[in-house]
Design a protein around this ligand. Structure first.
Ligand code: ATP
Ligand code: MG
Length: 190
């Protein structure tokens, strides 16, 4: 199986590039942000818990996220591989993902880091907020999310370097050039 972690700050283009990777490699896409927003839309208990945290730019607790991820993985059958979008976001989640995959005789194939300067992230997210009305895409919440990213999520770069999976991609510029760089990085890890 081809298991790809797509990684980067909020607004770095994980969702956009995931769609292109899914199309090329026929992978299943697990976006934890999309899962949580669907729960919020349905008004479930999980959705209510998630909304309170997301609106403040905070992460959902690791135990809850790991449980969600495990149930998404269990629901797959005959998968050619998975693209993990928005997970892991903490060291604890990265360890849990590795264990879950190892239990299934699998591992992460490549971790793709999309690197985008902070000023550009802010511009992209404010624009997305205007167009899509996503409640967490406002200046105050974006600033908090960027701090959470720097403190809790960015350390995963070194974690995946130590695991031999990290691939650096310049995430600003032409969409197709970014995608071509991602494909080259994936091919180098297969
Ligand atoms: P991008 O724009 O690159 O897709 P994003 O940070 O804007 O990234 P999502 O990945 O959709 O957006 O996540 C939205 C919110 O959902 C996060 O700010 C966080 O509160 C919560 N969330 C999503 N995934 C996780 C996770 N793995 N652990 C904890 N919280 C999560
Ligand atoms: Mg997304």
């Amino acid at each position: 199986m081809l298991n790809i972690v797509i990684f980067g700050a909020p607004g770095s283009g994980k969702g956009t590039q995931s769609a292109k990777i899914v199309e090329k490699y026929g992978l299943d896409h697990i976006s934890t942000g999309d899962v949580l927003r669907a729960e919020i839309a349905k008004g479930t208990e999980l959705g209510n818990t998630a909304k309170a945290l997301i609106d403040h730019g905070q992460l959902i607790p690791d135990e809850l996220m790991v449980e969600i991820l495990a149930s998404k993985l269990d629901a797959l059958s005959g998968s050619k591989g998975v693209i993990f979008d928005g997970f892991p976001r903490t060291i604890a989640q990265a360890g849990a993902l590795k264990s879950m995959l190892n239990e299934r005789g699998e591992d992460v194939t490549a971790m793709i880091e999309l690197d985008v300067p902070e000023e550009e992230l802010m511009v992209r997210l404010l624009k997305r907020g205007e167009e899509s009305g996503r409640a967490d895409d406002n200046e105050e919440t974006i600033k908090k999310r960027l701090v959470v990213y720097a403190e809790q999520t960015a350390p995963l770069k070194d974690w995946y370097k130590n695991d031999g999976k990290h691939c650096y991609i310049k995430g600003s510029g032409e969409l197709d050039r970014i995608f071509a760089d991602i494909v080259a990085a994936i091919e180098s890890k297969i």
